[in-house]
Design a binder for this molecule. Structure first.
Ligand code: MN
Length: 735
């Protein structure tokens, strides 16, 4: 680009900026202007090397969005600054921290909201539209986020020509599904109408062009008709000393299209393609009577249709709309809709609540008043008794019940029931992801499986191939899907373990010279009170059913009737006293409980739960023998140095997240001391730490990755030793 062209472009940027300043509210302060200028300069610099699809400098876009925010929506300096900055964090190297440093926390908050919303799903938006709308209203801390987003969308729609066709279609349907209805609910009629018309233009270009053409073709006759219709009215209104303006406006292309569709009629048959709007310049206290006076004058000339009188002056619409609508029989036997309203009402109708508040504060308009509006919307949403019925109708169901809306890392929206945990989320995404879920990151922070989600959370699943569904998970999840998946996976696992257990039992029986057959299995089941062979095999597989028991059975197998008679109760006690939680399935070695490769020796075929030791062989690595193996004494006496202390552990307790709740008295350096103990002394992996302190008392959560319960006990013991700590406890079971 040559210098002259560049020069021209810079002049144009400045020109557009000046137009923006002129669009600002007249009572804008010097401070406000300073903020806007600062935002403008920052945005110009940040986007300086970027161009839009159309080839224009990128900064044209934020300026245009700010222009809409200022002029069409009527927002103040903070919003205008945010509009100028709205794409900086998303599209340039500047971060939210930069925004906060250069501007202020409020602006950061709004920009953050805007950036969050722009993470869009690639999926079919129509399916998610309603949820998305609800979510926008529930998560946005500040309604300005939504208003600026609407302005952003409007400008993108206005400049959609530069986009490839498939993008035009995607963006347009989003606009029709999400943004136009949202604008409607917020009372932004002009924004809504433009979004709808542009949406139609790109989703159904032929229909759109056809209506535009026909509107043009009928323009002259329409203008003539309107003149004829309004002539006697003007005279009457003047005669009654009313100050007014009359507009005869065609209805929006989108609404004509809607009528054609809904009523199944052609363009010619749509009878109200335009409406007459009479806008009265009236003092606040005379508004109502002036409007009705106007109505009365109209009906002196034209007969009204009583079914089509709408009085939104006595009871304004929930989104703030005030107006008096009537339909009268005009010349040539045509029904004509007449809208009667004051200038104040008209501005509210066009700009929504921002204008409403401007009037309420009577010229003393500051953006702070917008907070009141935001609060009012909140109150309406919260209070089902309020008369804002229309508005609430759509939202209360959602807000008071039952659903939350959360994001995947890609921005896909997932709907879950209220109270859903991150584990529910993982199962909702994919069965396998749920089954191997170790924990999750919620908004970047690691949380345990039981963590309950809130609307707007962004959730990333941390999985491990070693993880398996646990029985305790059933208490964490609330969705039927997750519950069923966990149950079926536990069943599947049980079947597998039972299958292994069956083989182990076959070997064990052989060892004591018993045949593995139906008869023996039945006897075992009777003897130990098992309901199914599956349960028996499963217990063998997990080691609950151990060698001692099988020996017991062998001793008594010939007179087990007698045995049952004598010892049944005692025996039953014994079985049920076996710790259900204990699933000994993995061997660890030495005092540090290291995991090493090993194999079982053939001479004594140990099974999980047996008393065993490891023997280091020269060729085959570590061999596991039972303590009562015939070879044991020889090995232990001759090769003591090759014996490894060995024990069974429950591998399902391996490496799980545990959250420790720590309380104590605040003292300098205690956090440092705790982390020292955890990372240096105990070599524990700290996943997250969240400590708050007030009035000299601190309260904290530390999430650690633990190996087993013993490991956890040691961690707790050691933290307790830190000076000032009053209590350490495990917050909830993470697995
Ligand atoms: Mn943008």
């Amino acid at each position: 680009m040559d210098e002259i062209a560049l020069e021209k472009e810079n002049t144009e940027i400045v020109r557009r900026y000046k137009t923006l300043l002129r669009s600002c509210n007249s009572d804008i302060t010097r401070e406000d202007k300073k903020l806007i200028r600062q935002a403008f300069n920052f945005a110009v610099e940040a986007h300086k090397d970027i161009r839009r699809q159309s080839g224009e400098p990128y900064i044209f876009h934020p300026i245009a969005v700010a222009q809409i925010v200022a002029k069409d929506i009527g927002l103040g300096a903070t919003s205008i600054a945010c509009a100028l900055l709205h794409d900086v964090v998303e599209d340039t190297h500047y971060t939210l921290n930069d925004i906060e440093r250069i501007f202020n926390p409020k602006i950061r908050q709004i920009i953050n909201g805007l950036t969050k919303i722009s993470v869009f799903s690639e999926k079919d938006i129509s399916a998610q539209a309603e949820n998305f709308r609800k979510m926008l209203l529930t998560i946005s801390d500040d309604v300005r986020v939504i208003l600026i987003k609407l302005a952003d969308r409007l400008h993108n729609m206005q400049t959609l020509d530069a986009m490839p066709r498939y993008k035009q279609q995607k963006i347009s349907s989003e606009t029709l599904y999400i943004y136009a209805p949202l604008a409607h609910r917020l009372g932004l009629y002009s924004v809504k109408t433009e979004l709808e018309d542009l949406g139609l233009k790109y989703t159904e270009p032929e229909v759109y062009n056809d209506i535009v053409q026909q509107l043009n073709a009928t323009k002259n006759s329409r203008v003539k008709y309107i003149q004829k219709f309004t002539k006697p009215l003007k005279a009457s209104l003047k005669g009654h000393q009313l100050l007014f303006s009359i507009k005869g406006r065609p209805k929006s292309i989108f609404s004509i299209r809607k009528k054609m569709k809904n009523q199944g009629v052609s363009f010619d048959e749509v009878y109200d393609k335009f409406a007459i709007r009479i806008i009265i310049d009236s003092e606040l206290e005379n508004e109502k009577s002036d409007c009705w006076k106007t109505y009365s004058l109209i009906t002196d000339h034209y007969r009204p249709n009583p079914d089509r009188l709408r009085d939104w002056i006595s009871t304004p619409k929930a989104n703030g709309y005030e107006s008096l609508h009537t339909t009268v029989m005009g010349p040539n036997g045509k029904w004509v809709e007449v809208q009667i309203r004051t200038e104040r009402m008209d501005e509210i109708a066009e700009k929504g609540y921002a204008a409403h508040w401007k009037y309420k504060q009577k010229g003393n308009y500051k953006e702070g008043n917008l907070e009141d509006w935001i609060n009012q919307i909140r109150d309406m949403l919260k209070n089902p008794e309020s008369n804002a019925v229309d508005f609430l109708e759509e939202f209360k169901l959602n807000l008071f019940s039952k659903e939350i809306f959360v994001f995947t890392p890609n921005g896909d929206l997932i709907t879950l029931p209220k109270g859903a945990s991150v584990l529910d989320f993982a199962f909702d995404i994919h069965t396998q992801l749920g089954a191997t879920c170790l924990g999750c990151k919620v908004n970047g922070k690691i949380v345990p499986l039981s963590h309950k989600l809130k609307s707007g959370d962004q959730v990333e699943v941390i999985s491990s191939q070693k993880q398996k569904p646990k029985k305790s998970w059933l208490n964490i999840v609330v969705t039927a899907r997750a519950k069923n998946q966990i149950k079926s996976s536990l069943k599947e696992e049980k079947k597998q373990i039972a299958e292994e257990g069956k083989e182990i039992l076959r070997r064990k029986l052989k060892h004591i010279r018993l045949t593995f057959d139906e008869n023996t299995v039945n006897k075992l089941m009777n003897y130990f009170k098992y309901k199914t062979s599956l349960d028996l095999f499963y217990d063998v597989g997990t080691g609950v059913f151990n060698n001692m028991m099988i020996k017991d059975f062998a001793r008594n197998r010939n007179n087990w009737y007698k045995y049952i008679r004598n010892k049944l109760s005692k025996k039953t006690d014994k079985i049920s006293s076996v710790d259900e939680e204990l699933k000994l399935d993995t061997l660890v070695f030495g005092a540090n409980e290291d995991k090493l490769n090993y194999s079982y020796s053939k001479c004594c075929s140990p099974i999980p739960g047996d008393d065993v030791f490891g023997f280091t062989t020269i060729k085959d690595g570590i061999k596991i023998h039972r303590q009562d193996c015939p070879n044991a004494i020889r090995l232990q006496s001759n090769f003591a140095y090759r014996i490894l202390e060995t024990k069974w552990i429950d591998s399902s307790n391996q490496q799980s997240l545990a959250v420790l709740h720590i309380k104590g008295i605040d003292s300098i350096g205690f956090i440092n001391e705790i982390t020292q103990i955890l990372s240096n002394n105990l070599k524990v992996n700290i996943q997250s730490m969240n400590i708050s302190s007030s009035d000299g008392v601190f309260d904290g959560m530390i999430t650690v990755l633990i190996n087993d319960k013993k490991n956890l006990a040691a961690i707790i013991e050691n933290i307790k030793k830190v000076k000032g700590i009053t209590s350490v406890s495990r917050k909830f079971k993470s697995t």
